[in-house]
Design a protein around this ligand. Structure first.
Ligand SMILES: *[C@@H]1O[C@H](CO)[C@@H](O)[C@H](O)[C@H]1NC(C)=O
Ligand SMILES: *[C@@H]1O[C@H](CO)[C@@H](O)[C@H](O)[C@H]1NC(C)=O
Ligand SMILES: *[C@@H]1O[C@H](CO)[C@@H](O)[C@H](O)[C@H]1NC(C)=O
Ligand SMILES: *[C@@H]1O[C@H](CO)[C@@H](O)[C@H](O)[C@H]1NC(C)=O
Ligand SMILES: *[C@@H]1O[C@H](CO)[C@@H](O)[C@H](O)[C@H]1NC(C)=O
Ligand SMILES: *[C@@H]1O[C@H](CO)[C@@H](O)[C@H](O)[C@H]1NC(C)=O
Ligand SMILES: *[C@@H]1O[C@H](CO)[C@@H](O)[C@H](O)[C@H]1NC(C)=O
Length: 474
């Protein structure tokens, strides 16, 4: 019996020798904590090894930078394993890649080792981090974010796009007796001193970005379409700050795919959107501090790029601000902050919802019939037709235009939100679906349209990730 086990031990010992020489032959490259490293398959040979730092909690993530790789990634957090491999063993983990990325998180009190098999010619990245150390949440360096980019609107050759939100502003409810509401002519606060680095990646959907590894390095290596006309930080709403991009130089009647890459490794997207037909006449309006979520095409005279607060005629902005300030005067005849008119809503909520509604009424949104493809998605379900209407309730303060256009009606929910948020004595009444609300609002998309019933609409949303826009929810 003793002899038998001695016989078994021999090859084992030999195996360690083999491993030892392997390790000597290809030294381990050390990766440090909270670092991102890029490697090229063309300059690595055999099975490259990497040494991991020790940490009570370590996250290691991998990303392929190009398609067609069959590389396999092994992690071990045991100091007894010098070459983790497909042979397995205690504390050896093969990292399954999904859409080109994968990760491992666990304890690594003695550090660990990474081995990459079948590496081929691919470039790949390894991210090493520990819990709670990075500024913008999250431990794992490579990941697909839950939050999508946001489409503002398109013209025939431009698009307004937003990154996911970050740094939500502090909520400061005014208090009695000094109940001071924001001024009609709101200004944007100064942006946060640090922000994630967001990069927009944009391409016609026909070039199939979605078939690439869905990793930052893979998407950033593609040639993005269009020409950046502006990029800035914008506080649209309580969700927080966003990067705002105005892109030009796009092709009309084309379905585009967009991603936003955060800090080169985190992927938000894809979203899709369609550019309008070549003759679409309305310019985009954006970056109005007093209408912070307005970001769509409006029937205004043609302009070089797009309208913002510096170019919007004051004959349009002045009455709008007057409406807000007159409304605020009426609202504050109520003892805001001392008396309650609702257990849930405050005068500040009322003013905010009124402003949002007023902006969506004062700026009619231009639109046109959608691309035919969006009406027959592969799922087979019928996509509802958007709330398009001829321009009937045009804001009297808008300067005349020499073209015809269709409007996309505001979602009825923007009106119902004012009704819900404001005291009764203001007499706010929204039309009801049974009684012609559809003439002035998009009805039944977000909410069902039944009074006081939230949700259950046909689409549940004003617009979706696939480029469908049903009513103006801005
Ligand atoms: C390695 O990680 C696994 C999974 O997190 C854990 O169960 C194991 O205890 C770790 N090994 C060491 C040596 O810490
Ligand atoms: C009332 O509040 C506003 C804004 O919060 C502030 O600017 C102002 O100084 C306050 N006035 C008094 C008398 O406290
Ligand atoms: C942001 O990321 C892009 C893309 O990787 C990079 O080119 C740029 O230098 C980064 N900017 C900053 C300020 O880090
Ligand atoms: C409409 O007006 C714009 C200037 O606002 C001008 O450039 C354009 O040629 C006009 N178009 C027509 C069809 O008259
Ligand atoms: C609104 O405020 C900005 C400065 O914040 C100012 O430049 C602009 O003229 C004001 N607009 C109106 C209509 O008063
Ligand atoms: C706002 O109130 C003033 C003073 O009462 C009034 O002259 C003005 O017409 C009102 N503006 C609007 C847009 O209702
Ligand atoms: C754009 O393309 C995507 C993916 O092919 C598709 O699901 C979507 O419906 C298209 N959107 C439009 C507006 O055509």
């Amino acid at each position: 019996m003793k002899g038998y086990s001695a016989y078994l031990q021999l090859p084992q010992t030999l195996w360690y020798l083999v491993q030892a020489t392997l390790v000597l032959a290809q030294s381990k490259q050390s990766l440090s904590l909270n670092s991102l490293s890029t490697f090229s398959g063309t300059t690595l040979s055999g099975t490259p090894l990497f040494a991991l730092p020790s940490a009570p909690q370590l996250s290691v993530s991998f990303a392929l930078c190009s398609a067609g790789s069959s590389a396999r990634f092994f992690v071990s957090n045991s100091s007894a394993i010098s070459v983790p491999s497909s042979l397995g063993g205690d504390d050896v983990f093969e990292i399954q890649l999904n859409d080109g990325y994968g990760s491992w998180t666990g304890a690594a009190p003695d550090g660990g080792t990474i081995a990459v098999e079948d590496i081929g010619q691919t470039n790949f990245e390894i991210g090493v981090s520990n819990s709670g150390q990075s500024l913008f949440c999250t431990d794992v360096m490579h990941q697909v974010l839950d939050t999508l980019p946001l489409l503002g609107d398109t013209t025939s050759n431009q698009v307004l796009l937003f990154s996911p939100p970050f740094s939500p502003p502090p909520i400061d409810q005014p208090t009695y007796p000094n109940y001071t509401l924001p001024p009609a002519n709101l200004s944007q606060p100064s942006p946060p001193s640090t922000s994630p680095n967001y990069t927009l990646v944009l391409s016609p959907s026909s070039s199939s970005l979605t078939s690439l590894p869905q990793t930052g390095c893979s998407l950033l290596s593609t040639t993005s379409s269009g020409m950046q006309l502006s990029q800035d930080l914008w506080l649209r709403d309580a969700d927080g700050w966003r990067y705002q991009w105005l892109m030009g130089g796009l092709t009309s009647v084309t379905n585009y795919t967009a991603y936003v890459i955060q800090d080169q490794t985190k992927v938000s997207g894809p979203i899709y959107f369609a550019t309008k037909s070549a003759g679409f006449p309305c310019p985009l309006v954006h970056s109005l501090p007093y209408c912070p979520s307005t970001a769509f095409a409006v029937p205004l005279p043609a302009i070089n790029t797009a309208y913002d607060s510096t170019t919007l005629p004051s004959q349009v902005s002045s009455p709008l601000l007057q409406y807000v300030s007159n409304f605020t005067t009426m609202l504050t005849t109520f003892a805001c902050g001392r008396d309650l008119y609702s257990p849930l809503q405050t005068c500040a909520d009322c003013q905010r919802e009124y402003r949002k509604w007023l902006c969506s009424i004062s700026f009619p949104r231009c639109s046109e019939n959608p691309l035919s493809s969006s009406q027959s998605p592969s799922s087979g379900t019928q996509v509802p037709f958007p709330a398009l209407a001829p321009p009937s309730q045009r804001n009297q303060f808008l300067p005349p235009v020499n073209y015809t256009y269709m409007t996309l009606l505001p979602c009825l929910e923007t009106c119902n939100a004012v009704d819900r948020a404001c005291p009764n004595f203001l007499g706010i009444k929204c039309p009801v679906p049974q009684f012609n609300a559809g003439a002035s609002y998009g009805v039944g998309f977000v909410d069902s349209g039944e009074e006081d019933v939230l949700g259950n609409g046909k689409t549940g949303t004003a617009q979706d990730q696939w480029g469908n826009v049903w009513c103006n929810g801005f």
